[in-house]
Design a protein. Structure first.
Length: 378
């Protein structure tokens, strides 16, 4: 099949194509769509996936019926590529915004071939491909970086990786931080006792993380096993999609009774989940492993007592030790000791996040930045 370049009429009312993949539910992407709705532009949303995805239902609730392209394995990339190119040729956008690795690879490549004037993707991952020497991932990053006209870095960590690690022209890279529903999180009152009664109730330790090695979930489980031997009524609640460390995690959990823990691949209400915890743990294994780490912001905004390593967006928080227990990377014993200190109330009460710092991570601010980017407001 031969494709001819698109001849686009790049007027002030130019059309916008939003292409999403590798996502189930996403308040952030839905907020971007809401802001695009307000731009007085013709736009279309394409999702690489099927109609069972939660994001499809979320978009329908705001009056958007996305176009679906079935997601195949990497061996079905050609089918998806042809489908994406076909949609671009039909809709004839002047701007494309891609989010997700499949959407980025297929969308930016197709848009370049078909001469879409503005080609933008959101860089959600950090140094994973290069650190793990994943040749296809490194190649795909290089192609996307070179073909895009703009790249959105979701944190300063990602911006540094793009510019210093992958030699991307700084003029291409735009920092737009991910966001949460600040109003909803700031509207809750979560009184915390200085210590926890271990006699009358279950004590909940929570993790929200995809089960991949660099997220460090395995170290939290080792720490929890130590804690469980000391306090028999603690319970571990894991939320996250299975990935490369899932088998290791299941092997470690086999040392416990099944009643000691629960696992879910997804939770529809992270704030509700955090509200039911006594302690939250998020411990990526290196300073650049986490590209952003939205759950850092969610845990801090909800004022849930937390244990963190410093990665991703936490680099942007001055003095993070004021707001959470900070532990070294890959250190189960340090996580265990921090758990004991928090649960026994032997650490000072942590401060609440400064409202002016937290505001920069609101969905509203994030959506406005994307709206401005898509209509070229500097």
């Amino acid at each position: 099949m031969a494709f001819s370049p698109l001849k686009l009429n790049c007027t002030s009312k130019a059309q916008i194509l939003l292409l999403f993949s590798d996502v189930n539910a996403s308040p952030m992407l839905c907020q971007i769509v809401r802001n695009v709705q307000q731009l007085e532009r013709s736009f279309r949303v394409i999702i690489l996936g099927d109609k069972s995805l939660q994001i499809c239902k979320e978009l329908q609730q705001i009056g958007i019926e996305p176009t679906l392209i079935s997601k195949k394995s990497k061996y079905g990339l050609l089918f998806m590529l042809v489908s994406v190119m076909h949609q671009i040729m039909i809709f004839r956008p002047a701007t494309i915004l891609a989010s997700g690795q499949y959407a980025t690879i297929l969308g930016i490549f197709s848009a370049t071939l078909l001469r879409v004037r503005r080609r933008i993707f959101i860089r959600h991952h950090s140094n994973f491909h290069k650190k793990n020497r994943l040749r296809f991932g490194i190649f795909a990053d290089s192609i996307a970086n070179s073909m895009a006209t703009h790249i959105v870095a979701v944190s300063k960590v990602v911006r540094t990786i793009l510019i210093e690690g992958e030699n991307v022209n700084p003029a291409k890279v735009i920092l737009i931080r991910n966001g949460i529903d600040i109003k909803r999180f700031s509207g809750v009152d979560l009184p915390r006792e200085k210590s926890v009664s271990f006699v009358h109730r279950q004590v909940n330790i929570g993790v929200v993380s995809r089960m991949t090695g660099w997220k460090g979930v395995q170290y939290t489980i080792d720490a929890f096993i130590m804690l469980r031997s000391r306090y028999p009524n603690v319970h571990l609640r894991l939320v996250g999609a299975p990935s490369d460390s899932y088998d290791l995690i299941r092997t470690k959990l086999a040392k416990l009774n099944q009643s000691d823990y629960s696992i879910a691949s997804w939770h529809p209400d992270i704030l509700g989940f955090l509200q039911n915890l006594d302690l939250f743990v998020h411990v990526p294994i290196g300073p650049q492993e986490e590209a952003f780490g939205l759950v850092y912001i969610e845990a801090l905004a909800s004022r849930t007592p937390s244990i963190f390593t410093v990665s991703g967006v936490i680099h942007e928080l001055p003095h993070p030790e004021k707001y959470a227990q900070i532990v070294p990377f890959e250190d189960s014993l340090a996580i265990f000791n921090a758990m004991v200190k928090i649960l026994e109330g032997t650490v000072p009460n942590r401060e609440s996040l400064p409202p002016e710092w937290l505001q920069q991570y609101s969905l509203t601010v994030m959506g406005e930045h994307y709206g401005n980017l898509l209509i070229e407001v500097k």
